[in-house]
Ligand binder design. Structure first.
Ligand code: RUB
Length: 294
């Protein structure tokens, strides 16, 4: 049993009230902070296990909590990780504007905070319009559309199966990431692999916008999250089997660049560049003393 506030965070993450890899990692840090302040520092590994069990395709969550578990000064490790996410959130849109250049229309799928802030920055630089999917079965695309509208980006939301047409009229495809693999492939919301195939068919570049702490390192066993079938069909007739994978893999060959807070990289170079900036992500040897934020 965890303190009630910690259990609430775990259930908010499980129910997708808190969604998107970066927000999930930040909520994990908040849960760790509450646990530590209630004298439960010895249970941080159990907390990491419970959180990863709810969202098993989230290495960013794993990495943030691993940094805290390894640190002697846990409060400082939490501050450092939070600073990292804050700085990263500020930097990614600028890197995206430089890497992507002028575009008139972009397409995205699901909801990624890095993608929304980058589209908003591209729009401030030169006016564009955006297309997004509704993203069955949990409709995260509505969040994307609402946030883009708040940024005054003209946005069109369509059913997922209309994506070929939306991709064809976009100049660039922008996707988030839940996990970055050593070979430059990424995991993102289910349907992203289809988006990438269609983008290639229409010769549209695919950019991945991602915090570098999503790199998968040793010790983390990636599993593709399979969510409850009731999200797809609450009272399906007997004999109908339902599958509800949350994520799928976008092969590196479909990706033009992986855009992170430390720069924009061709997929084949992303993991080594990230490992150079944050060796602990690649080695799994988390520093026990002070770490640098960025
Ligand atoms: C969200 C999703 C997002 C990534 C990146 O899936 O796939 O593209 O998590 O998000 P879910 P961010 O809604 O199932 O969490 O850029 O905010 O880290």
């Amino acid at each position: 049993m965890f303190p009630r506030a910690v259990s609430r965070i775990i259930s908010d993450i499980a129910s997708l009230k808190i969604q998107g890899a970066t927000r999930v990692a930040e909520a994990g840090l908040h849960a760790a902070e509450i646990l530590i302040s209630s004298g439960g520092a010895a249970r941080l590994t159990a907390l990491r296990r419970s959180l990863i069990a709810t969202r098993p395709t989230e290495p960013c969550l794993w990495n943030a909590l691993s940094a805290v578990i390894a640190a002697r000064d846990k409060a400082e490790a939490i501050r450092t990780a939070r600073d990292h996410f804050t700085i990263s959130r500020q930097r990614i849109p600028g890197v995206a504007v430089r890497a992507i250049g002028k575009v008139r229309c972009v397409f995205t799928h699901c909801h990624s905070s890095a993608v929304v802030s980058s589209i908003a920055a591209l729009h401030r630089r030169s006016k564009l319009q955006a297309h997004c999917t509704e993203t069955r079965p949990r409709f995260q695309g509505r969040l994307t559309a609402s946030e883009l509208a708040r940024h005054r980006v003209p946005v069109t939301l369509s059913v997922d199966s209309a994506m070929p047409e939306s991709i064809a009229c976009a100049d660039a495809v922008l996707l988030g990431a839940d996990a970055l693999l050593a070979d430059g492939s990424v995991y993102n919301k289910v349907g992203s692999s289809l988006v990438a195939i269609l983008a290639e068919r229409h010769r549209r570049p695919v950019y991945i916008l991602s915090d570098s702490w999503k790199l998968i390192g040793p010790g983390y066993a990636l599993k593709v999250e399979e969510r409850d079938s009731s999200e797809v069909w609450g009272r399906a007739p007997r004999g109908v089997r339902i599958r509800n994978p949350a994520f799928d893999r976008v092969d590196a060959s479909f990706i033009k660049s992986i855009i992170t807070e430390i720069g924009s990289f061709p997929p084949a170079r992303a993991a080594t560049s990230i490992a150079r900036a944050y060796p602990f992500l690649a080695t799994g040897q988390w520093p026990s003393g002070r770490q640098s934020a960025s």
